[in-house]
Design a protein around this ligand. Structure first.
Ligand code: ACO
Length: 435
């Protein structure tokens, strides 16, 4: 929607052009530069999309300066307090919170899709047992398009709905299978009288030898992790899903691209990198080495960063980090792990960083990954599985954003431009004449 004003670009020899300024419901206005190239022959240059809105979206809103995160208008704090993960999924996908009847129907549908094709076990066998779970998951999610190709017409709302349900329902089963495979333990089939999250916990930690006893603290904490990671507007992996999906490929292929992107340490891999960093620091002397460690991450030549700190959008405390910190205390308290040395080290490091001029000036605060790794470790989840669990939670966000893109009348294949700075046209020399 135009806000009625124009942005004027003066360029060249006294030339000038006007662009409409668009207004969202909240957040910065955007200059609509779609006609720029046609009218001027120029592109814009914005590596890393620091100032570029790539789409219109109604799903998630972040105010990075205030430290505010809203899913479909609802503050993340209220969703974490009053809703479970599947209600949050419903909200992200459909735009409104479900009524009790809508929730029951949605839970029923998701529950009935939890099993995966038995052939997927054989597909899994091709992987080395010591493969990283994210490598396995990228393959498994991509392979879903080979197992569930009966409903892949992206222009058919019914097919899109079925694929969305399959992804959300089967992701916990696949994540748990990748864990069991790495251990050499039998896969545990889903048990549909359990909740989504309790079912996942049982598939991760149960064995066929005895009935698995569900621990409510563990389920509650994981459900919160899922809610907090469910969507985060146009982050790297979501933009990857959108870009990949913009070619018209199927949603499993697009989500597999998202999983691959999430794996990186600057994105979803940060919780794993953060825990590895804390463990290393612990081995090197823990709190007594904090000063040295902080000096290292501040040194631009060291190449080291304080993992779990800083965010492209949040220039204030990440609201998810606040909630995760709360959960962290609750979990450690209820599991009797308050004196966990790693948690104490994390708290000490957080305090030092928050009071340090380097971090204050650059507005570097803890992000959600700073705590989610500690919580997951306390829950007994191995470090290598952290990003897989993040993928499980983010799947609904990826799918909601993909659906939004497919149904957007302005949707086009994504095709960024470039500022070319390589060699201009030249002739190929025969190999014997090259020096
Ligand atoms: N430790 C030390 N210095 C940092 C850190 C950090 N974690 N993050 C940013 N900085 C510094 C940079 O060196 C730079 O300093 P300079 O101005 O002197 O050159 C300044 O802060 C700005 O940093 P950028 O890299 O330009 O910020 P950007 O917005 O591009 O990066 C990012 C954001 C990638 C998250 C970064 O803060 C980072 O690498 N953090 C650690 C990894 C991490 O925790 N990622 C999780 C993100 S949340 C998520 O994906 C769920």
């Amino acid at each position: 929607m135009s806000n009625g004003t124009k942005a004027v670009l003066n360029y060249g020899d006294g030339k000038s052009i006007e662009f409409p300024v668009m207004k969202g419901t909240v957040g910065p206005d955007v200059v609509d530069i779609r006609t720029l190239y046609g009218k001027t022959g120029m592109f814009t240059y914005d590596p890393g999309f620091l100032s570029t809105a790539s789409c219109q979206s109604r799903i998630t809103y972040i105010d990075g300066d205030k430290g505010e995160l809203l899913y479909r208008g609802y503050p993340i704090e209220q969703l974490a307090a009053h809703c479970d993960f599947l209600e949050t999924c419903y909200l992200l996908l459909k735009g409104e919170l479900p009524t009790p009847a809508q929730k029951a129907a949605f839970v029923d549908t998701v529950t009935k899709h939890t099993m995966v094709n038995e052939q997927m076990q054989f597909f899994m066998r091709g992987f080395r047992r010591d493969a990283h779970p994210m490598a396995v998951l990228t393959g498994l999610v991509g392979a879903m398009s080979a197992f569930y190709h009966d409903a892949l017409d992206i222009n058919d709302p019914h097919d899109r709905e079925i694929s969305a349900m399959r992804l959300i329902a089967k992701m916990p089963t696949l994540v748990a299978m990748s864990y069991k495979y790495s251990l050499g333990q039998p896969y545990i089939y889903p048990k549909n009288d359990l909740s989504y999250t309790a079912n996942f916990v049982r598939m991760m930690f149960g064995t066929p030898c005895e009935e698995y006893k569900i621990n409510d603290t563990v389920v509650r904490a994981l459900d919160r992790i899922f809610i907090l990671h469910a969507d985060h507007e146009q982050n790297a992996s979501t933009s990857t899903v959108r870009l990949c999906g913009s070619s018209g490929t199927n949603p499993f292929a697009a989500v597999a691209a998202g999983v691959a992107c999430l794996w990186g340490p600057a994105h979803g891999g940060a919780n794993e990198a953060c825990l590895n960093m804390l463990q290393q620091l612990q081995q090197q002397g823990g709190v007594s080495k904090l000063g040295e460690f902080v000096a290292k991450v501040k040194d631009p030549n060291s190449g080291a960063r304080l993992m779990g700190f800083g965010h492209r959008v949040y220039k204030n405390y990440d609201p998810r980090a606040k909630l995760m910190r709360e959960t962290c205390y609750e979990v450690l308290g209820e599991l009797g792990l308050e004196d966990d040395p790693l948690f104490k080290l994390a708290m000490a490091l957080e305090k030092v960083a928050l009071e340090d001029d380097y971090f204050v000036k650059r507005k570097l605060y803890p992000n959600v990954d700073y705590y989610s790794g500690i919580v997951q470790k306390a829950l007994g989840i191995p470090v290598a599985m952290f990003t897989g669990i993040f993928s499980l939670a983010r799947t609904v966000g990826w799918i909601a954003q993909w659906q939004e893109m497919i149904t957007d009348p302005e949707y086009k294949i994504g095709r960024p431009r470039q500022l070319f700075s390589g060699a201009t046209s030249r002739n190929v020399m025969p190999i014997d004449k090259r020096k």
